[in-house]
Design a protein around this ligand. Structure first.
Ligand SMILES: Cc1cc2nc3c(=O)[nH]c(=O)nc-3n(C[C@H](O)[C@H](O)[C@H](O)COP(=O)(O)O)c2cc1C
Length: 371
């Protein structure tokens, strides 16, 4: 074969092999819209029960662990449980965030149930954040229906990029803090506290990225490949972390748990956080009067009430909880903010030009129901 012809054939073969490899690879992020609506017949739910539980479960949770289960006592009467296999001891050793997340689940459930014509009666059973039986919930037919737009629940999501830097208008500040002014505080990006929160968020992320207990735990909850994401239906997917394009393809196909512990990964995450905090309208802090179970559940509900209404205003929310999670930064948080109450959430916030659809995954109701 002539040299030129050989190079041509070899080139075509290599290109073909490259295309074949790409076609066989994990080509796109697995997102909520890819979830198959298979009719699961394993559990005989009563009308509306399955839908209500799924709507409740699209609540946010740290690392998207979905730390709840639901014990089925009888039709429309359940216990909302605390699933210890889904705790995050590396960053949340006292299960504070677990209880807050379950509060968000309760708020979704209440709004969705009201909209379908049920009263939702909660009785708190737990006295500690570690108790398994958290809340008894009974749904009864309501005489008056309180309509709620379910789209708000379906469309809520965490957003991490493309924040604008405009501060919030007066009207939007009062819209966000309405009836909750004692517990929701807006720190605009012009305030000195904003600079402190930016710097300390980077610092707390740096501490956490090099704390192996936290980093190993993170590794266990990242779902790099679509296969892993579809298998677990929880955790931090690349789509959820907003990693798309070639970086997404590379991570989906070539990354695994052990890479999260490499220096490069730790440093890149800190750089990403620095870029994120540089973009915002400021921060929203959610405080509470104490740290009891009822108060934490109510604070999780408060977070969710806030989060469910921001999309209409094209306002994004991104919880960045590391300052609270790391002892050295948490110790100086209240004093630096001039706030006496317990600070339960630190939320980066800002306007967006366009609002993307939710992408994170959830287990089906069948997967978290217990009898
Ligand atoms: C208590 C709590 C703590 C969270 N902490 C963080 C955080 O520190 N960093 C972050 O990027 N997201 C954080 N999140 C957001 C979750 O990762 C997110 O809710 C989850 O992945 C599901 O995604 P979704 O909100 O888009 O449904 C937190 C959420 C909750 C409820």
């Amino acid at each position: 074969m002539k040299r030129r012809k050989f190079i041509g054939v070899a080139g075509t073969t290599l290109l073909g092999a490259g295309v074949a490899c790409y076609l066989l690879s994990d080509k796109s992020n697995f997102v909520r819209a890819d979830t198959k609506k298979t009719e699961l017949t394993k559990f005989a739910f009563q009308p509306d029960e399955r839908e209500l539980l799924f709507l409740a479960s699209i609540a946010p949770s740290g690392h998207n662990t979905q730390p709840w289960f639901v014990k089925y006592l009888e039709p429309y009467h359940w216990i909302i449980g605390n699933d210890k296999t889904r705790w995050l001891p590396g960053v949340d050793p006292n299960q504070r965030e677990t209880i807050l997340s379950i509060g968000a689940f309760m708020q979704n459930l209440e709004f969705a149930a009201n909209n379908l014509g049920y009263n939702c009666q909660f009785s708190i059973l737990a006295t500690t954040n570690q108790d398994e039986n958290l809340v008894d919930v009974k749904l009864t037919k309501a005489t008056v229906i309180i309509n709620y737009d379910i789209k708000q629940i379906n469309h809520r999501r965490t957003i991490r990029s493309n924040y604008l830097s405009d501060v919030f208008t007066k009207e939007d500040i009062s819209y966000l803090t309405k009836e909750e002014t004692n517990f929701i505080h807006y720190i605009p990006n012009t305030a000195k506290e904003h600079v402190w929160l930016n710097e300390q968020t980077i610092e707390a992320n740096r501490i956490q990225a090099y704390r192996d207990a936290a980093q190993t735990e993170l590794a266990n909850w990242i779902r790099f490949s679509s296969k892993d994401a579809a298998k677990h239906m929880d955790g931090l997917t690349l789509a959820g972390m907003e990693i798309e394009g070639i970086p997404g393809w590379y991570l989906r196909n070539f990354y695994g748990k052990k890479d999260v512990l490499q220096k490069g990964f730790r440093e890149q995450s800190i750089d990403k956080v620095a870029k994120q905090v540089a973009q915002s309208a400021g921060w929203l802090l959610i405080t509470s009067k104490d740290n009891t179970v009822p108060t934490l559940l109510e604070t999780g509900m408060r977070l969710q009430r806030l989060w469910l209404k921001v999309r209409d205003k094209k306002i994004a929310i991104h919880p960045m909880t590391q300052i609270i999670e790391e002892t050295s930064t948490n110790r100086i948080l209240n004093q630096s903010m001039g706030i006496n109450q317990a600070i339960q959430f630190i939320l980066r916030t800002g306007y967006l030009k366009s609002y993307p659809d939710p992408v994170t995954l959830r287990r089906s109701a069948e997967q978290f129901i217990r009898t």
